[in-house]
Design a protein around this ligand. Structure first.
Ligand SMILES: [Zn+2]
Length: 332
C-alpha cells in the first residue's frame, strides 16, 4: 500500500496542483468520476492548461477542473467532499488529516492553527470538518456477535455514575448536573466502537440507540450490572452482566473491559489534549475517538486512505466492493 504518512504526504504533495492530483488519484483512481451523474471516465480535462488560472475575483487558483462528457457539467475532485467550497488549500487539508491520523490522542485546533498558519477560526473549522468525515454514516453495517455496552459521564465526578433515581433527584441542582452522558457500543467482532451522546439512561433511550446500531437478535450484550440494561436485554440473543460492585470484572467471556478501556482513553484525551470539550461538540469528538479506536490496528497510511474514502461520503460507495477488507466495515 502507498505510504500516506505525514512526511510522505508532505513530500508527495509539494504544491496545490499536486495536492489535487493526489486527491484525484485517491478518490478516482485513473478514471475521473462525474459527481453530477456518476459517469466514470472519458471526461475532458479543462484547466489549468498552463499554470494557475484566475478566478472571478482575479485571484490565482490551481483548482483542477474537469468537464463531464455525458452531462456536460464542470466538476473538480472536491465536489461532494468536506473540502468543497472552502478557502483552505487542499494541501493543507491533506496535511492536517495526515497529522490527525498519526496523533494517538488527536491534535487540538490550537496546534493546527500554529503548525499550519491558519486563523483560530479556520483551524477550528478544519478540525471539525475532518471529524465530520469520521462520523459513522447511516449505512454502516449493524453490529452483531458479542457487543459490549457501557455509559460514561463526561465532565463531572465519576463517583456519580450509576446513580439511582432518588440520588439523582437529591443532587439535581448540585454537582454532576453539567455532565454529559455517553453511551458506547463496542463490537468484539469488528473491533469497532460507536459512541453517542444520550440525554438520559432510561431503557427507552438505550433501546433507541442500540436498535439503530445493533442487529439485536444476532448479538450478545455484555454490560455491568446497571439495572437498565436488563430492560433492553430481552431483545438480544443473550445478555451477560458482570457485577462490578461485587468486584467481578471478568466471568468467562463476560466482561466490559474493552469498552471501559475505550472510556479511560477517551477521558485521558479530553483532559490532556482538548482540556474542556463543550457538550455541543462532544458528538464530533466522539466520532474522532471512535474512528481512531476502530482503525487502531491499521497503519497510519491505511487509516488515511480510509478517511479519504469517507471525505466524499456516499458518492464514494462505488468503490466499496474493491476496497481492502480491513477497511470494508468502516467505509461510510
Ligand atoms: Zn456528468
Amino acid at each position: 500500500m502507498e505510504n500516506l504518512s505525514l512526511p510522505a504526504i508532505a513530500t508527495k504533495v509539494p504544491t496545490e496542483a499536486a495536492a489535487y492530483e493526489f486527491l484525484e488519484q485517491l478518490r478516482w483512481g485513473d478514471e475521473p468520476v462525474c459527481p453530477h451523474c456518476c459517469v466514470i471516465g472519458g471526461h475532458y480535462f479543462l484547466k489549468p492548461r498552463a499554470g494557475a488560472r484566475k478566478t472571478r475575483t482575479g485571484a490565482a487558483t490551481q483548482r483542477r477542473l474537469w468537464k463531464c462528457k455525458d452531462c456536460r457539467k464542470q466538476f473538480s475532485v472536491l465536489v461532494g467532499t468536506i473540502f468543497h467550497r472552502t478557502k483552505v488549500p487542499v494541501r493543507t487539508w491533506l496535511l492536517v488529516i495526515a497529522d490527525m491520523m498519526a496523533a494517538k490522542n488527536g491534535i487540538s485546533a490550537r496546534e493546527v492553527e500554529r503548525k499550519y498558519a491558519l486563523t483560530p477560526r479556520t483551524a477550528w473549522f478544519v478540525c471539525h470538518r475532518i471529524r465530520e468525515a469520521m462520523t459513522t454514516r447511516e449505512f454502516a453495517t449493524l453490529m452483531s456477535g458479542a457487543v459490549e455496552a457501557d455509559e460514561a459521564y463526561i465532565g463531572g465526578n465519576p463517583k456519580n455514575r450509576h446513580r439511582t433515581a432518588e440520588e439523582k433527584a437529591a443532587t439535581k441542582s448540585g454537582r454532576g448536573t453539567d455532565k454529559t452522558i455517553v453511551l458506547s457500543l463496542l463490537s468484539r467482532e469488528s473491533g469497532e466502537v460507536r459512541s453517542r451522546v444520550i440525554p438520559n439512561v432510561t431503557g427507552a433511550t438505550l433501546h433507541a440507540v442500540m436498535e439503530r446500531e445493533i442487529d439485536m437478535a444476532n448479538a450478545a450484550l455484555h454490560t455491568d450490572s446497571f439495572p437498565v440494561y436488563k430492560w433492553v436485554a430481552p431483545e438480544f440473543s443473550d445478555h451477560q452482566a458482570v457485577d462490578h460492585k461485587a468486584g467481578e470484572y471478568v466471568r468467562g467471556d463476560a466482561t466490559t473491559n474493552r469498552v471501559e478501556g475505550y472510556f479511560s482513553q477517551l477521558k485521558r484525551s479530553i483532559d490532556g489534549t482538548f482540556h474542556a470539550v463543550s457538550t455541543d461538540h462532544l458528538d464530533r469528538y466522539l466520532a474522532e475517538f471512535d474512528f481512531r479506536y476502530s482503525t487502531r490496528k491499521m497503519t497510519d497510511s491505511q487509516r488515511m486512505a480510509t478517511l479519504i474514502e469517507r471525505v466524499g461520503g456516499r458518492r464514494l460507495t462505488y468503490r466499496e466492493s474493491s476496497s481492502e477488507p480491513s477497511s470494508a466495515s468502516l467505509v461510510a
